[in-house]
Design a binder for this molecule. Structure first.
Ligand SMILES: Cc1ncc(COP(=O)(O)O)c(C=O)c1O
Length: 446
């Protein structure tokens, strides 16, 4: 007899073409449902989601307020084209610009993060009249043409060349310093010197923008050392370069702030967002635009647009998201769990687990970096490894899943980035599962 699960699996394998995959090598898990920080399969196996899907499900599965917002908006006006004025679109744009800070004026809505970055770059190029864009190695900015070229990880390689005017540079990474520094302060100083040299050598007169993930996400939860972002801001001012903060993964509460740059005493010119704005219930992203850049388009056309820019269903969920954040004290919850629960446990693992080389993060956004040897810092698996080379990380993921935890795994790291609504008990039980799985890796190192 064919079960419902069999049918889901068969349709998926026969007709769905999946992202970033060798199509014949994958076996996607059929998901039957989800609630809050958990989802489950057709056999009733539950998984605590330590990746918040793709680090977008900030308010968790089936949040009643978000679902009610979709219902209410669908009953009122399910869609309207972007050239018309719409109540929820305008209301959300106001909420977002207010949250971003007083120098921001307007929001250009997109369908997600990649097209937010495409349009931020387009604005910066038109504003400065300069075409080159600088981006970091160890970064991800999306999979459309310019966004994938900006990306500083292996996902770019098979897509080259797409946008010839992109230059990569090294950002700070104290644990594996590309600058041979031995303190966060030295890392900041040397990383800024390297950035300035690259600007000068590439020609400041040719560089329109620098784009940075405020905290590098998938490529390692690299929290900038003190002063780095302020230094980037100063270099942008010195050389007439637009500073674009990619807050697609870290925006909307992931770090306990509306935007992660707010903890670094710095104000970008353009801020891109997606994911957490409405937990991905309906696709939505956008660019938050400074007053100055916005004004520059008052008398000339902005040559870009999308049929679904500011879709009312998506915006209605965004407005509801702001209400839930305020009413339920989500920011305070995130900061509390990060400081009181995650930080001490993870820092303890650096002492107790031979395989844990480094831990870093803030709020509900942490990385645990696994090594073969703490002294040499040799990664547990090689950079960009797959198949047999990645076996230790695959075994780690399998151990977590067998105990009911869906881990976020990338290269030699696992990240802790659950929905922001996770309870303390859930968080502690998930961390206990990771603790056990790490003990399994420790044993394999002996
Ligand atoms: C930092 C960052 N920028 C951009 C993107 C691309 O967003 P999207 O997948 O919505 O196009 C992502 C997605 O993971 C991201 O993490």
């Amino acid at each position: 007899m064919t079960t419902q699960e069999d049918a889901v699996r068969a349709n998926d394998r026969n007709h769905v073409f999946h992202s970033w995959s060798v199509q014949g090598a994958i076996n996607p898990m059929p998901v039957a449902g989800g609630l809050g920080s958990e989802f489950w399969d057709y056999d009733g196996n539950k998984y605590l989601d330590f990746g918040a899907q793709l680090v977008n499900l900030n308010l968790g599965h089936q949040h009643p307020d978000l679902i009610a917002a979709i219902h209410a908006q669908a009953d009122r006006l399910a869609t309207i084209q972007p050239a018309m004025a719409n109540d929820v679109r305008g209301e959300l744009a106001k909420l977002v610009t207010d949250a971003a800070g007083e120098s921001f004026a307007k929001v250009f809505f997109t369908n997600g993060g990649a097209d937010a970055n495409e349009n931020a770059v387009r604005m910066a190029r038109l504003f400065t009249g300069k075409r080159k864009v600088m981006a970091m190695y160890r970064s991800y900015h999306g999979s459309t043409s310019t966004a994938i070229t900006l990306t500083g990880d292996p996902r770019r390689w098979a897509n080259e060349p797409a946008d010839a005017s992109v230059v990569h540079f090294h950002g700070p990474y104290p644990y594996r310093s590309p600058f041979y520094s031995d303190s966060p302060e030295q890392e900041t100083q040397r990383a800024l010197e390297h950035l300035e040299q690259t600007i000068v050598l590439e020609g400041a007169s040719t560089i329109g923008a620098i784009i940075l993930e405020t905290i590098v996400g998938t490529n390692g939860v690299l929290v900038p050392p003190p002063g780095y972002l302020k230094g980037v801001r100063a270099l942008c001012d010195k050389y007439g370069i637009v500073y674009i903060a990619d807050e697609v993964m870290v925006g909307f509460g992931r770090t306990g702030e509306w935007f992660a740059y707010q903890a670094h005493d710095v104000v970008p010119d353009l801020v891109t967002f997606a994911k957490g704005i409405n937990s991905g219930y309906v696709p939505l992203g956008g660019v938050i635009i400074s007053q100055q850049i916005s004004d520059s388009f008052d008398e000339r056309m902005f040559p870009g647009g999308l049929t679904y820019s500011g879709h009312p269903l998506a915006c209605a969920v965004g407005v509801a998201t702001f209400e839930v954040f305020e009413r339920d004290g989500i920011m305070a919850h995130v900061r509390d769990l990060g400081e009181r629960v995650i930080a001490p446990i993870l820092h303890g693992w650096v002492e107790t687990h031979p395989c844990v080389g480094d831990v870093r993060g803030v709020g509900l956004f942490w990385a645990i970096e696994l090594v073969k040897d703490k002294a040499t810092r040799e990664p547990l698996v090689p950079f960009n490894s797959s198949g047999a080379d990645a076996a230790p990380m695959l075994a780690f993921a399998a151990a977590c899943k067998a105990s009911g935890l869906w881990p976020f795994v990338h290269f030699n790291r696992t990240h802790v980035c659950p929905p922001l609504v996770i309870t303390e008990d859930q968080l502690r039980s998930g961390l206990a599962i990771i603790d056990d799985a790490l003990t399994g890796i420790d044993a394999s190192l002996q």
